[in-house]
Design a protein around this ligand. Structure first.
Ligand code: PLP
Length: 393
């Protein structure tokens, strides 16, 4: 017998994101690839986390989270989504929304179960399914509205289907799912007796007076919906690893047991910081947050439009997919690399979000950056126009 990797290691695709970030650092560029927000963490969140550390709140918390965070989250869902969430039995605090999906898949799916996933998708959704031996079945959606039909859903379902993944607002498309689309999903899942794993981590990043609708708030959906979210994006704390699942106690118990096994708990003082933010920051904070990001979207999309990298203007989240077919290259990786080398702006190749060919002509930019960083990126992108003309001439 010789030393070897497990067959499992193949199931987790290497992220293109990291490769772009490494190259971006090498050329001293502006990194708009990874979904990391550079913005300041809200003051009450920082203060409460520091106070917790100073006070000595540094041990394991209950495996499913501190009482203060579970209570704050339950209150938030009850107020905003009209639910009846019990902080004792319906909330599991996890190591990020990433941990919530992983533990939900382990707790609720058998190997070989099929899960419907909409393309373009967030690559961790696909990888988590693969790593837990579930089988993703894709429904393709296209710009500009990324819509789908009942026929698409019915074509994707089989005897083996156990769940569907919803991501509203979506990464990378920025789609904010409409009430009628979610009602269609609700009716479909009820008829076929499916779980809905809904990733709503961008719920506060919704623009143009659109409304975020929590799947669990639709009539009859509580019992089959696992709402997954986290504070990484809302409080700019991607490195703190604070996320959660909210669902019926039947599912929450098993999800919590896996979270206990893998992570023991999310970092206790950081949970206490997040709890202060959830409890103390009012709607005004979230309205201002969305307005701030809407402005960033305008700056970046305006610059992309000007240089002929037509953006698919997002309705929510903080990414924009742009058409890069005017750039040299056979695929989105070559085009993203060309863009990085010519302008110093890093993006993510569109193929990371698609199974089929559609990603070849797209790259994704993240605009969760300070205005100066976005403006610098826009200036750099401006230089591509002249270069393209010169290359053509
Ligand atoms: N879900 C989506 C759709 C994301 O885009 C991301 C990060 O980019 C995450 C989850 C990760 O969330 P967390 O940091 O809470 O694990």
């Amino acid at each position: 017998m010789s030393l070897s990797l497990s067959s499992r290691h193949e199931w987790v695709r290497k992220s293109e994101l990291r490769a772009m970030s490494v190259e971006c650092e090498r050329v001293g560029g502006v990194n708009l690839s990874q979904g990391v927000c550079d913005l300041a963490v809200p003051e009450p969140v920082v203060r409460a986390a520091k106070d917790a550390i100073d006070r000595g709140d540094n041990s394991y918390s209950r495996h499913d989270g501190t009482a203060s965070l579970r209570r704050a989250l339950a209150e938030k869902y009850n107020r905003r989504a009209g639910l009846d969430v019990d902080p004792e039995s319906n909330v599991v605090v996890t190591a990020g929304a990433t941990g919530a999906l992983y533990c939900s898949c382990l707790a609720l799916l058998e190997p070989g179960d099929e899960v419907i996933l909409f393309e373009p998708y967030y690559s961790y959704h696909e990888s988590t399914l693969l790593a837990t031996e579930a089988v993703p079945v894709f429904i393709s959606t296209k710009a500009p509205d990324w819509s789908f039909s009942l026929e698409d859903l019915e074509n994707a379902v089989s005897e083996k289907t156990k769940a569907i993944i919803v991501n509203t607002p979506s990464n990378p498309s920025g789609k904010v799912w409409t009430r009628s689309e979610l009602e269609m999903i609700a009716d479909f899942c009820t008829r076929h007796d499916l779980f809905v794993f809904t990733d709503e981590i961008y719920e506060h990043f919704v623009f143009d007076d659109l409304e975020h609708i929590s799947v669990a708030s639709l009539p009859g959906m509580w019992q089959r919906t696992i709402t997954m979210s986290g504070l990484s994006k809302t409080f700019s704390i991607t490195g703190w690893r604070i996320g959660y699942a909210v669902c019926d106690a039947k599912w929450a118990k098993a999800i919590g047991n896996f979270s206990d096994l893998i992570y023991v708990c999310a970092p206790t003082p950081l949970q206490l910081g997040a709890a202060a933010g959830v409890a103390q920051l009012d709607d005004e904070y979230f309205v201002k947050l969305a307005a701030k990001y809407r402005r960033k979207r305008e700056i970046l999309c305006g610059a992309l439009d000007k240089v002929g990298l037509t953006p698919c203007v997002p309705q929510g989240a903080y990414y924009v997919l742009a058409d890069v077919t005017s750039l040299p290259g056979n695929n989105s990786k070559e085009r993203a690399m060309y863009l990085l080398q010519q302008t110093g702006v890093a993006s993510v190749p569109g193929e990371s979000f698609f199974k089929g060919e559609a990603g070849k002509g797209l790259v994704r930019f993240c605009f969760a950056k300070e205005d100066e960083v976005i403006e610098d990126a826009c200036r750099r992108l401006g230089s591509i126009q002249g270069k393209q003309v010169r290359a053509a001439g």
